[in-house]
Design a protein around this ligand. Structure first.
Ligand SMILES: O=C(O)CCC(=O)C(=O)O
Ligand SMILES: [Fe+2]
Length: 219
């Protein structure tokens, strides 16, 4: 694609896709329900999102979903860290590429047939570690641009069910968008009857504040 940006079609098996759909269904119901993210100027995103590990809202991460129900988001599971590491090793065709990669947040996005996502950079993280993106269900047009402007040059490609897309290195801050969902292209055997599920794992680079009681000297 571009240096640091790699598309691996059909990376997830059907069984892995099924398991991810089940996991995401669970997260979509709680502790923080999936919702249309509110934008600072009063709009709402057409995509529905639920986060694990850290909660994202424009333009910050917190442990609690203060713009939804105030609950702490679900833990980021170890198996997903493992999946992220394998994604990097496979995308970069380098067994060592995933070593030390410890994603601590994932945005789980659900697109119905009408949903879109405008050109943006993922830049609310304080780490430049790669973003690992997975697609399940309907295919979409994915627009992958440059790091300088939200306009051309960009490349439109299709991301289909099971595809992996990694953007790291010189592509980490590339603008990207989802201009179109291709309804009816998904295989219902994934467990998703319609729409597109997207999971993006990231490293926030954030740490929880150390509380007084965590200090042995404070006991
Ligand atoms: O749905 C996608 O493929 C991209 C999602 C995305 O860019 C994001 O969540 O920041
Ligand atoms: Fe993004």
């Amino acid at each position: 694609m571009a240096p640091g940006a790699v598309h691996v079609p059909g990376w997830l098996t059907l069984e892995q896709q099924r398991e991810l759909v089940i996991a995401c269904r669970g997260w979509a119901t709680g502790p923080v329900p999936i919702r249309h993210t509110k934008l600072p100027r009063g709009g709402v995103m057409s995509v529905r999102t639920v986060c694990i590990g850290w909660h994202w809202q424009p333009y910050a991460y917190t442990r609690t979903a203060d713009d939804v129900n105030g609950a702490r988001v679900a833990e980021f599971p170890d198996w997903m860290v493992e999946l992220g590491r394998r994604a990097l090793a496979d995308a970069y065709d380098d067994e060592t590429a995933g070593e030390g990669y410890t994603p601590d947040t994932a945005l789980i996005n659900f697109y119905d047939a009408q949903a879109k996502l405008g050109m943006h950079q993922d830049k609310d993280e304080r780490s430049s570690a790669p973003v690992v993106s997975l697609t399940i269900g309907d295919s979409c047009v994915f627009r992958f641009g440059n790091t300088e402007t939200r306009t051309k040059p960009y490349t439109d490609l299709e991301l289909g069910s099971g595809d992996l897309f990694v953007f790291g290195g010189p592509s980490r801050y590339a603008y990207h968008a989802v201009p179109k969902i291709l309804p009816g292209t998904g295989d219902p055997a994934t467990g998703l009857r319609s729409g597109r599920l997207n999971i993006t794992m990231r490293v926030t680079g954030l740490a929880d504040p150390v509380s007084f009681s965590d200090h042995p000297a404070g006991r």
